[in-house]
Design a protein. Structure first.
Length: 81
């Protein structure tokens, strides 16, 4: 089981590290494991499963939060909920 640091997770998803922290804080993204005060990691398998679940939602629900609303960061510019 490989553990990924925030920069590796961000690179895998093609987003900024601040986006990973924001999504984690909002509960949209899998929660990390804190190994030490300044060492935080995500399980690679869990991240890949999360990505696959988003790919599987291509029937119109991609990017939706648990409540069914699309995450604001994933909406087209100018779109509303």
């Amino acid at each position: 089981m490989k553990q990924l640091r925030v920069g590796e997770v961000a690179a895998l998803l093609g987003v900024a590290t601040v986006t990973i922290w924001k999504w984690t804080r909002e509960g949209y993204f899998p929660q990390p494991t804190h190994l030490a005060p300044r060492v935080t990691v995500w399980d690679e398998v869990e991240i890949k499963n999360w990505i696959e679940s988003k790919k599987g939602d291509r029937n119109g629900s991609s990017g939706e939060t648990e409540g069914g609303d699309q995450h604001p960061d994933l909406r087209p510019a100018g779109a509303t909920a």
